[in-house]
Design a protein around this ligand. Structure first.
Ligand SMILES: *Cc1c(COP(=O)(O)O)cnc(C)c1O
Length: 429
């Protein structure tokens, strides 16, 4: 009989108890897709018609969403294409717990409405002592839009030409600011801006002076810029976009600005991302003078930029909880990384795979600290393993260097080394 005629019908396969159970977890559409894929394999003769149900069960995705967890072995700690900061377990659990009904905007004692996300806001105020008030929005771009709209729409933002930055993927801060209806008053030159430049530009039309941290490049040579301290005497608010979201000084990144020091230097408002060096969920932070934060919070646009309950929960747990993975990766000792790389390479070599431990240079990534390299260690493998590793389960993403695939261990928690070994054995076997 024709093989194709014997392929079981979709409804019949879906009645398999394992697939019925999966429907409760993944939904009917996702399960049906797995069945259709298995049927098509059977029609093409790849499997026997009797194997369709088994193949559909095997082909079920682990989650209803198609986003796949990957192992980041690129050596880039804050990798925007890989979702920037991984949440700490505490943050992920807090987000899951907040996923149902929660008291995000409700006082359980009085039974009436309460300030949304007050726990996260309190945690921010505690973490950054100089901040009189805080507000959380969707990301740092949203924070800048809100500040520009609330404080400078129809007026001028004074900013140095050396700080008109493109962050990545065509996202340019000057374009974003102008889109709010504010006008840019550019001062100075690409490499040098002086206090006088600011002083001449500031006037009745000024909404605020903006300092933008050049978080993904460095200017060297004949350069000059004006620090926050000096700008505070101009009589207009000084807003600082610090980018990376460090709340306090980080010993390993001495040139990276942090919120507390920037406020202490006299900035009236600081904006930052929560999913870069802060190591939390995607969010934007506004910290600083109470009256200015309040103007932003009360602006109608604030409603359009607000974050959800799971974000607020993850942010609070990041701030109050154990050290997030980004900081663990940043602070990992090179010696420890080398020990791990040698152990992994030895295990893989025993299985006949061409694997050697090599020194490597990791970076912080789009999150900040341009030009800073962090000594690291990697397992060097034949380049041809790159594709099978990326498309395996779990996907392993390394980086190609001089014709070899490097799996840099800096951004990988130590307890996951075994998963990497298994993935490479599968891809190389
Ligand atoms: C990353 C960054 C931004 C954009 O932040 P998002 O959270 O991605 O919106 C803005 N400014 C600076 C200086 C940055 O480094």
């Amino acid at each position: 009989m024709d093989q194709r005629r014997r392929v079981p019908r979709t409804d019949a396969v879906l009645a398999d108890p394992r697939l019925v159970a999966a429907e409760g977890r993944l939904g009917r559409a996702v399960v049906k897709e797995a069945v259709v894929r298995a049927q098509s394999r059977a029609r093409q003769g790849g499997i026997e018609p009797e194997q369709v149900a088994d193949a559909a069960v095997e082909g079920l995705p682990p989650y209803a969403a198609s986003l796949r967890p990957v192992l980041n072995l690129t050596g880039v700690i804050v990798h925007t294409n890989l979702g920037r900061a991984p949440l700490s377990r505490a943050a992920a659990e807090a987000a899951t717990a907040a996923a149902g009904y929660t008291d995000v905007e409700f006082d359980l004692v009085t039974g009436v409405r309460a300030r949304r996300g007050r726990g996260a806001l309190d945690a921010l105020a505690t973490a950054v002592s100089g901040a009189q008030d805080a507000h959380v929005v969707n990301n740092n771009a949203a924070a800048l839009v809100l500040v520009a709209t609330a404080l400078a729409s129809g007026r001028e933002i004074v900013v140095s030409r050396g700080e008109l930055v493109e962050i990545g993927d065509g996202f340019r801060i000057p374009d974003l600011l102008v889109s709010t209806g504010a006008r840019l008053r550019e001062v100075g030159t690409t490499n040098r801006t002086a206090y006088d430049d600011y002083e001449r530009a500031v006037g009745p039309e000024t909404g605020f002076v903006l300092k933008v941290h050049p978080s993904n490049f460095r200017v060297e040579g004949f350069t000059g810029s004006v620090g926050i301290e000096r700008l505070t005497g101009l009589g207009v608010p000084v807003v600082a976009d610090i980018g990376s979201g460090l709340l306090t000084r980080e010993r390993l990144l001495p040139d990276e600005p942090d919120a507390a020091s920037t406020l202490a230097a006299g900035a009236d408002l600081v904006t930052a991302s929560a999913d870069k060096l802060l190591g939390g969920p995607q969010a934007g932070l506004l910290l600083g003078r109470r009256d200015l934060v309040e103007r932003c919070r009360r602006h109608p646009l604030a409603r359009a930029l607000r974050v959800g309950k799971t974000t607020l929960a993850a942010l609070e747990a990041t701030l109050r909880g154990p050290e997030p993975p980004v900081l663990g990766a940043l602070r990992a000792e090179p010696d420890t990384l080398h020990v791990r790389a040698r152990a992994l390479a030895a295990e893989l070599s025993l299985a006949g795979i061409d694997a050697v431990a090599v020194p490597s240079l990791a970076t912080v990534g789009g999150g900040g600290a341009p030009g800073v390299t962090l000594p690291s260690a990697a397992v060097s493998l034949p380049e041809r393993l790159a594709v099978p590793l990326r498309t395996g389960e779990p996907p392993v993403v390394g980086r190609i260097e001089a014709g070899r695939l490097l799996l840099d261990l800096r951004a990988l928690p130590r307890e996951r080394d075994g998963e990497v070994a298994r993935a490479v054995l599968k891809a190389g076997g």
